[in-house]
Design a protein around this ligand. Structure first.
Ligand code: PBG
Length: 336
């Protein structure tokens, strides 16, 4: 086809005509990232005096309660409307009981935000145990193995405690089978039928979570997470995980990480008529941050390129530590 037109019509087709200047490129662009689709993660740490920069993630901080409220308020003023909350408790134990303490650090943050900032932002909570357990695993451990069904009850209790405090969306990230169903049942039983669930449906056992584990102090003390998080060699299995989460009642499904998994996002977009979130994780963030600090690349362009690629692959929602920086740029200048 291409050869025919080339031989018949000579050099009629020239793609460069529409690339000649910025205004033309702007006119024919196929993908845009708007701030309304971004989710900004927030780390709140119990007992902290002042914000503490996370060494592995330059520009991202752990906040004390009031500091987290202030960070959310100023991000909101820059146009960010959705936040993903992570708590780091003062005490850890075998069963991660601070995760479902009604007065836990995340539950308190949600209440403070509702009192001080109001209801017109979306609060999403990470529902997991790994920051809260002494062994650092995402569930109940017996004989060195993370037990699925015992963990479900705890995850349901975490989700209910977040809903009670005023969360809009709960996001189970433990990768236990049937976690969405267990949470949906518990929420409905307690009268939280309008609280949505965003499943970390296809969450891979990734090396790119390492900076987060420093940030949240959640590295497993023994072994790894490969008996519950997905094997990164698999794609069909991810579609089954997503399909199952949708059947169990997930309102939004997620692929995580994002960049090494754009094929998974794209495939999910084609297969399912459901909102898809992608998590641009800590390691993906830090790569750009450290490379740009070394002068290896243009940070602004790299961030815009990466976020656009995630959108282009098919994500409706992007969870990203770049959210605040990006929001400033798209507000005050053009996206390159
Ligand atoms: C909790 C959780 C993790 C991340 C989000 N929720 C860590 C993990 O699974 O080990 C990673 C986020 C990131 O790397 O930015 N289970």
């Amino acid at each position: 086809m291409l050869e025919v037109s080339a031989s018949k019509h000579g050099r009629i087709i020239r793609y460069r005509r529409l690339r000649r200047k910025a205004a033309l490129r702007e006119l024919v662009k196929e993908t845009t990232v708007d701030v309304g689709s971004l989710v900004y993660p927030i780390f709140v740490k119990e007992g902290l005096e002042r914000p503490e920069e996370i060494q592995a993630m330059p520009g991202i901080f752990r906040y004390p309660l009031e500091g987290a409220v202030e960070e959310i308020a100023s991000a909101k003023a820059e146009g960010i409307k959705a936040f993903l909350l992570f708590g780091i408790p003062a005490r850890k134990d075998e069963l991660g009981s601070e995760a479902y303490n009604r007065n836990g650090i995340v539950q308190r943050l949600i209440r403070r935000v509702r009192e001080n900032i109001g209801d017109d932002i979306v609060l999403i909570t990470d529902v997991c145990l790994c920051q809260y357990t002494s062994h650092g695993h995402c569930g109940v451990v017996k004989n060195g193995y993370v037990r699925n069904d015992e963990t479900l009850e705890l995850l349901a209790a975490v989700a209910v405690s977040h809903a009670e405090a005023g969360a809009d969306i709960v996001a189970p990230s433990a990768m236990m089978d049937h976690q969405v169903a267990a949470i949906r049942e518990a929420l409905d039983r307690e009268g939280f039928t309008d609280i949505a669930i965003m499943g970390y449906s296809a969450k891979y056992a990734s090396a790119f979570y390492a900076p987060f584990r420093e940030a949240a102090d959640s590295a497993p003390r023994f072994g790894d997470r490969r008996s519950y998080q997905m094997d990164w060699r698999n794609s069909r299995e991810a579609m089954r995980e997503i399909e199952r989460d949708i059947e169990e009642g997930a309102d939004i499904v997620m692929v995580k990480p994002a960049l090494a998994y754009l094929d998974i996002i794209s495939r999910a977009k084609q297969l399912f008529n459901h909102p898809i979130a992608a998590y641009n994780v800590s390691g993906e963030y830090s790569l750009i941050k450290y490379a740009s600090q070394k002068g290896l690349l243009n940070k602004k362009q790299a961030i815009c390129e990466v976020l656009t690629s995630i959108k282009r692959a098919g994500a409706d929602i992007i969870i990203t530590y770049h959210a605040r920086e990006f929001a400033k740029w798209v507000k005050y200048s053009d996206v390159p």
